[in-house]
Design a protein around this ligand. Sequence first.
Ligand SMILES: [Fe+2]
Length: 566
Amino acid sequence: MSAVLGISGTYHDAAAALVVDGHVVAAIQEERLSRHKNDPRLPFHAAEACLAYAGLAAAALDRVVFYEQPFDKLERVLVSTLEVFPRSLRQFPRAMASQLGDKLWVMDQLAERLGVDRAKVTAVEHHRAHAASALFVSPYERAAVLTVDGVGESVSTGLWRGDGRELTPLGRIEYPHSLGLLYAGLTAYLGFEVNEGEYKVMGLAAYGEPRFRDELAKLIRVEPDGWFELDLSYFGKLANADLGFGPKLEGLLGPRRPPYAPWDLSTERDQRYADIAATLQLVTEDTLLALAREAQRRTGFDALCLAGGVALNAVANARLAKEAGFRRVFVQPAAGDAGGALGAAILGALELGDPRPGPLATAALGLPADASAAMALASELGFSVKRSDDIHTVIAERITRGEIIALCTGRFEWGPRALGQRSILADPRDPDSRERLNRAIKRREPFRPFAPAVLADAAARYFPGAPDDMTPFMTTVCPCPDQAFAAVRHVDGTARVQTVTTATPALYAILEAMRAQSGHPVVLNTSFNGAGEPIIASEVDALAFLLSHPIDGLVVDDVLITKRPG
Ligand SMILES: [Fe+2]
């Protein structure tokens, strides 16, 4: 039996995960504690928080496992930079600085800063960490596993056979051929920030027609078995890391969209960008589908696990579940690079002889909220504070009458989705709530949808196809035929639904109260954060948000806090 800490970081979205005796005890992204969105720095806050939660000293760790091989990554960066010399001359010092400096000595730094014997610090391959993060917390003993991201050390796409404790590689595609980079390049072309704007492209795609297939066929050539190749002359990633695409792409698709310009989809110009987004989404889905079908043929298994940043594409995941030939599909909540910390920790634990963890029941793997501390601070700030035995009924009543309530309860979530521990809740049938949320709180582009949460036992009635293995973690979309749920229904008639069971106790109780009051156990659930900020972690973050945003109330566990009595 052992205690293993997994670490991801230095590229983007750093995280730590702690596995003790084969159980996932805690998993935390650094950004939640440092309050820097997608914080890439080595996650010492998160590591300390995981250990503190478990009541463990760092000296008690049997192993610290980093989520990629630093030397292999350095070699890839050097080789790919030198290959395009001298075009990459300007880029070269930057690429070197990002790899030398702190990054190369990451294992030494981890040992030193954590206070762990250097011999206990090891590393695993990046895509193996992704694959492990999905398979070993999935509900499946055996599954095909597909890992798809921008790039790890050198691999961008991996196909695996997962059986019990074993992960066997079946195939790989190497950088710079990468679906993640294709998506990132066009995300930048469409004027969004890479590693952050991919969700926006996915939302925008629903407003467009995929009429640029011939053009995109020039960018990526896909074999029937899913193996693909990019035409690198369109991508500037090597020569200009800020853009991710080259001038030839603008020759093909027209001028790039200026970043930060407000969107107006009634204009021909923005409609064209929406059509490009729709085509990119379709090409991504078709490529993933071909890869997944190949994975099914090669393994003969009836379950698929997905990981890597591309697996956060909920619309593509829904198509895979329907069309790839698998009976079941699973994507764990932190499918991106943060999730590598979880995979690394589990791989370390398995190597030390621990059992495989059970299926992930909840994403609430962070630190708990402290209601008493919230009460004391809220009183000091002059807020109205009320503790209630029946807080869930109070929340449901307020939401049903059109209020927007922020919820900070239990341990915060693992992964980019708020799943009922750090959520802002509103009436899913009230388009005004959506407007208020967008305008005053989230300040998002008008085409970005809000998501619903629904009781799992009633899900099929509102969202045909739900629940499945992905809906508890909001990593897929389902049809939403009832137009009454206007605030959570995307323009294409789908919703990124979360199904809720007693594994998420507070949200479960709120939805039960919603059912009793309105007949519908459905609520609008969006992440509890301001524009461009990481999701709230502590009750202090939550109170700071209440101070600065026009929400109607904040609930910390069983305490309702409002700016004015009422
Ligand atoms: Fe990755």
